[in-house]
Design a protein around this ligand. Structure first.
Ligand SMILES: Cc1cc2nc3c(=O)[nH]c(=O)nc-3n(C[C@H](O)[C@H](O)[C@H](O)COP(=O)(O)O)c2cc1C
Length: 373
């Protein structure tokens, strides 16, 4: 049996600021989880996304007016005004509800997608459902549900369907997170049967399944397994942004702590993961260390349909409130539009084909593996 306090629910206790302390184990740990990620300690230390290895060719004669540039994309049947998804973060307690409501409202106002955090807390305790229900504030957004693959393995398909329907989500992200589990003292250790679980979900659920990493990226071998399971959508959540091994290391002790410190930077860089996923013709959300409009543009040039951003938005919300989140995202979109004009690309589809040079380590990651889909 999977315990109720695994993965994204099992975080250390930290001071909770301004909210009454959640009473359940899951809620309390989830609140602690936010505290750790609002700080600056949990980024990758030396591994980068490798997006810096993608350079566009500047076009001095773009023959475009800036108001002709369109950042719109279609993703999972919804139209986004910019190729941005506010990536999965939270749910399961009062503070999480406030965060979900704020970020979902911004997603609605600006036309982005929005991902809920792991719904394990509401699966465990139905009275927590309200902390995830954002449709009232975000009726039109692309809304993504979320559950861990190990929890999904233990759950009947119809119960997963109810979990998604309850919040009115358009699709279910199934997160894959073995690296963080191994560093966590009471984390999961048995990852067998997960490919079969994904096959079951793809066959039996009436909405799309997105296989989502959580900061360690997707290898060509994993992608081949996903394709065989029938998965058509992935979220790379590659290395170079928030390190979940790092988050777990900060709470670990003894052997797990030293292993965590050594594996802090473990993973497939986001840029490499995007290339592998897009080569297998998977619709790809590029998450993991996306921090600017140029990052979004580079991810799209490598084959992503949209980009996900998580921790910087949590930090902006904690430090400057909703306005801080809006300013951060407006800057990302302004920068993306500027890059599009300077590459002479009118649409996101054109940007995919913009002339670019790929150099350095990314070139090696690309040359090393051909994805057989
Ligand atoms: C506070 C916080 C909570 C998260 N919780 C979840 C989660 O419940 N489910 C999930 O799939 N990913 C979760 N993630 C991972 C993010 O969705 C994302 O994949 C990862 O943080 C990399 O993106 P970033 O570098 O922009 O932070 C969480 C991230 C943060 C910062």
């Amino acid at each position: 049996m999977v315990s109720a306090t695994k993965g994204f629910e099992a975080m250390p206790s930290q001071a909770d600021r301004g909210y009454s302390r959640p009473t359940s184990d899951i809620g309390a740990r989830k609140a602690d989880h936010l505290d750790l990620c609002e700080g600056d300690e949990v980024g990758f230390r030396s591994t980068t996304t490798l997006l810096e290895c993608v350079r566009f060719l500047h076009q001095s004669l773009p023959e475009l007016s800036s108001d002709e540039v369109s950042t719109e994309v279609e993703l999972l049947g919804r139209r986004l005004r910019a190729p941005i998804v506010i990536a999965a973060m939270t749910g399961g307690h009062e503070r999480a509800a406030t965060i979900n409501r704020s970020l979902a409202t911004i997603a609605q106002q600006r036309g982005y997608g929005f991902g809920l955090g792991s719904q394990r807390a509401m699966q465990h305790d139905q009275t927590m459902g309200w902390t995830y229900r954002v449709r009232e504030w975000a009726p039109d957004v692309l809304l993504l549900g979320n559950i861990g693959v190990v929890q999904a393995r233990e759950t009947a398909t119809r119960d997963l369907e109810s979990l998604v329907n309850d919040v009115g989500a358009d699709a279910l992200c199934v997160h894959l997170n073995p690296a963080m589990e191994l560093i966590q003292s009471d984390g999961d250790r048995d990852f067998r049967g997960c490919v079969q679980t994904l096959t079951r979900l793809c066959n039996e659920l009436p909405f799309p399944i997105i296989a989502k990493e959580t900061g360690n990226g997707l290898s060509p071998q994993t992608i081949e397994k996903l394709v065989r399971a029938g998965v058509r959508y992935v979220d790379t959540s590659g290395a170079g942004g928030t390190s979940w091994v790092g988050v777990e290391t900060l709470r670990a002790q003894g052997t797990a702590r030293s292993t965590g410190n050594r594996l802090w930077d473990w993973g497939i860089p986001t840029a490499s993961s995007i290339h592998y996923a897009a080569s297998a013709s998977l619709t790809t959300i590029a998450t993991g260390g996306i921090r600017s409009g140029l990052d979004v543009a580079r991810a799209i040039a490598l084959g992503a349909r949209a980009s996900g951003i998580a921790r910087p938005l949590l930090q902006a919300l904690a430090r400057q409130g909703e306005d801080g989140v809006r300013v951060y995202l407006d800057e990302v979109v302004h920068e993306l539009r500027s890059v599009m004009l300077l590459t002479g690309t009118r649409s996101v589809e054109d940007l995919r084909h913009a002339p670019r040079i790929i150099s350095g380590e990314l070139e090696k990651w690309i040359a090393a593996w051909q994805v057989r889909a």
